[in-house]
Design a binder for this molecule. Structure first.
Ligand SMILES: Nc1ncnc2c1ncn2[C@@H]1O[C@H](COP(=O)(O)OP(=O)(O)OP(=O)(O)O)[C@@H](O)[C@H]1O
Ligand SMILES: [Mg+2]
Length: 211
């Protein structure tokens, strides 16, 4: 048995002074895990704790057995890469966006490959990022994450703006990453069908649901 991917112990977290997560104990293993629960339950808050975009008020978050506070935040965020709920692209082209993260780490991105994995043709590379539909931006955000070759993808409603056919393509990519490349995925979704299709395990963040 390995250390798993993430382990939370006694985690309490708040946003804007309001308590959101209370005394949460959780193990997230390898493979795909879905995170569900009603709006406001703290799903996005939890993802942010996993790669230290936020820190808990109390408790410990471990990644591969190590307290995330002992890891370099940039290295943690490359290994466990978050695709946020709302696209937030940089000015410039799609290729500029995909190259940005790997460049920070001194690596060169495979832009066409990342775009294709994310369900965008390579012809998108020179498109202006600010002139894409939300669904296209969502896939550029995924391509940016994939270019970092992370061990874990933290996906916050990654297909919420996609039509069902494009969604199926993104899901197929995620399944391939999990099953052929050993990438782990933590995916927030409001779609129970997507949770069933993608994930080995579903964690329900409803306050009354068992962790
Ligand atoms: N920047 C913020 N400042 C203050 N409160 C916030 C902030 N972001 C979120 N919250 C509050 O924290 C709680 C949890 O928010 P969070 O975004 O984690 O929920 P969620 O489960 O992801 O919801 P959704 O399904 O709507 O995305 C909510 O009550 C929300 O109002
Ligand atoms: Mg959310």
């Amino acid at each position: 048995m390995t250390a798993g991917v993430f382990a939370l112990e006694g985690v309490c977290a708040s946003r804007g002074g309001r308590s959101v997560l209370r005394d949460l104990d959780l193990e997230i293993g390898e493979g795909a895990t879905a995170l569900v629960g009603p709006s406001g339950a703290g799903k996005s808050t939890l993802l942010r704790l996993l790669n230290r975009l936020a820190d808990p008020d109390r408790g410990t978050v471990r990644f591969a057995g190590r307290d995330v506070c002992d890891l370099d935040p940039l290295e943690l965020r490359r290994r466990a890469c978050l695709v946020p709920q709302l696209p937030a692209l940089l000015p410039g082209t799609v290729a500029d966006n995909v190259r940005y993260g790997p460049e920070l780490c001194g690596n060169e991105a495979d832009v066409p490959h990342s775009l294709e994995l994310a369900g965008l043709g390579r012809s998108y590379a020179e498109r202006e990022a600010g002139r894409l539909s939300v669904g296209e931006q969502q896939r550029v955000m995924l391509a940016r994450a994939l270019a970092l070759e992370p061990e874990v993808l933290l996906l916050d409603e990654p297909t919420s703006a996609l039509d069902s056919r494009t969604e199926a393509g993104v899901e197929a990519t995620l399944m391939r990453l999990v099953h052929e490349h050993g990438v782990s995925v933590v995916v927030v979704t409001h779609d129970s069908g997507q949770a069933r299709r993608l994930a080995r395990r579903t964690i329900d963040l409803r306050p009354e649901a068992a962790g």
